[in-house]
Design a protein around this ligand. Structure first.
Ligand SMILES: Cc1cc2nc3c(=O)[nH]c(=O)nc-3n(C[C@H](O)[C@H](O)[C@H](O)COP(=O)(O)O)c2cc1C
Length: 413
């Protein structure tokens, strides 16, 4: 059975629903020695099965599939109707008819559970809540590694007591939806490094740290604070293998955008997109109702996505903040958006840091890690860096990695 310590490279490409997570991205990251993730959210079981089978056909390496846990919370129909009325003029502008009644679904959850078991998916992660104990048991019996996404220490304790194999600890800088167990939870503001530390003090369940990670020294920091692996979404969004729309990729580095915000306007759940005019107009008016608000706005978002004007449009460009925002406390700064770097070298470059940790023995066993890592690292600069790892001191190597990150890792192109 898969475990995180089997990964040659402790880097995971986050599941990103809505298009960015393609089989191609998953294959590239898993082949590089990390772990690629398919995002099953919003997809039919058939479409999910096709993606899983394509990945299995192209690589024998482990990969994951992420599922949305169905929401069972009460919602306020009047608040949804009021939000619908508010969106009506924008809908008319785009020629979209908004659904008349709130729509609820479970995202084909049960079918997808059966699917991942029958297809022998090595890793399955959950977001928006916990799977039932019987689902965890079924997955584990089938040899699948089960991961729960958590955003607070209390959620982590609940997930650990359920017996999941891993915890994906998502911090406040993360792109996409916040994985809170309840739709109306307000997101935990504790910075990721502190959250990882706090969770690691309360449970022995292996931790995957996620949210705002873009550079090698962040990877090091999180591994040293107790994470067994790190999960990056935004960093892969502009890679050629990402299925994000071209307008979305461009928006990530466009000077038109100066910051990200946490908002419910698109789906009723809190998520972090680039601030645009639609958010500015409607912030504070969307009720905490998921998936009802998601379905209410989905036609609108699709129509707006075709228009290709992300600044004005009701389509959200979701992404994490990356570290510059955290440092400056200014909001996301577009010129520091993720590079248009292929996912294979990106995975390997960031992983050079973990190699140093392994060689110095501060995180894991040297002998177990050295060989698979060497196999996985063939590309230009990480290939050159690996021999350097053996000859320079830890601190000089970290300085070298940090300088490489500054030069290559975090600019507009
Ligand atoms: C475009 C986008 C879509 C996402 N979709 C999902 C998803 O379907 N399931 C999930 O568990 N997390 C999803 N996430 C969140 C990621 O798993 C991860 O927590 C986040 O990307 C980490 O922050 P970063 O983007 O700053 O690296 C998504 C993130 C982005 C940017």
């Amino acid at each position: 059975m898969f475990t995180l310590t089997h990964l040659a490279i402790p880097i995971i490409a986050a599941p990103m629903a809505g298009g960015p997570s393609t089989p191609d991205l998953v294959v590239h990251v898993s082949q590089a020695g990390g772990l690629g993730f398919l995002a099953a959210g919003y997809k039919t079981p058939d479409a999910t099965a096709r993606q899983i089978q394509e990945v299995q056909h192209r690589t024998k390496r482990p990969f994951g599939v992420n599922l949305f846990v169905p929401q069972s919370q009460r919602f306020d129909e009047n608040a949804i109707a009021a939000y619908r009325a508010r969106l009506q003029s924008t809908a008319s502008k785009y020629g979209v008819e908004l659904p008349k009644a709130p729509r609820i679904d479970n995202d084909w959850y049960d079918d997808k559970i059966n699917l991942v078991i029958s297809l022998g998916v090595p890793v399955v992660s959950f977001t928006f809540g916990l799977p039932s104990p019987s689902v965890v048991a079924q997955l584990q019996t089938a040899g699948t590694y089960a991961v729960a996404t958590v955003t607070t220490v209390a959620e982590a304790e609940a997930a650990a007591s359920l017996g999941v194999d891993g915890l994906c600890v998502q911090g406040p800088d993360a792109g996409g939806h916040r994985a809170t167990f309840h739709v109306d939870d307000e997101p935990e503001p504790l910075p990721l490094v502190d959250l990882v530390k706090a969770v690691s003090l309360r449970t022995d369940t292996p931790i995957i740290a996620a949210g705002g990670i873009q550079t090698g020294d962040q990877v090091t920091d999180l591994l040293e604070r107790g994470a067994a692996a790190v999960q990056l979404g935004t960093a892969f969004l502009r890679s050629p293998e990402s299925g994000a729309k071209p307008a979305h990729k461009d928006a990530l580095v466009s000077q038109q955008f100066t910051r990200t915000v946490v908002t419910r306007v698109f789906s009723g759940r809190t998520a972090r997109p680039l601030l645009n005019d639609f958010i500015a107009d409607h912030e504070g008016h969307a009720p905490a109702a998921y998936p009802q608000v998601h379905h209410l706005t989905s036609g609108l978002r699709a129509a707006a996505g075709k228009e290709g004007n992300p600044k004005a449009s009701p389509s959200g460009q979701v992404l994490g903040t990356g570290r510059p925002q955290t440092n400056r406390q200014q909001g996301y700064c577009a010129r520091y958006g993720p590079r248009r770097e292929p996912s294979t070298p990106l995975t390997r470059r960031l992983a050079a840091v973990s190699h140093w940790l392994r060689l110095t023995g501060s995180a894991r066993s040297r002998s177990a890690a050295a060989l698979p890592y060497r196999d996985a690292c063939g590309d230009r600069w990480s290939g050159a860096l690996i021999p350097a790892c053996r000859s320079v001191s830890g601190m000089s190597l970290l300085a070298l990695i940090a300088s490489q990150d500054r030069v290559q890792g975090f600019n507009g192109d």
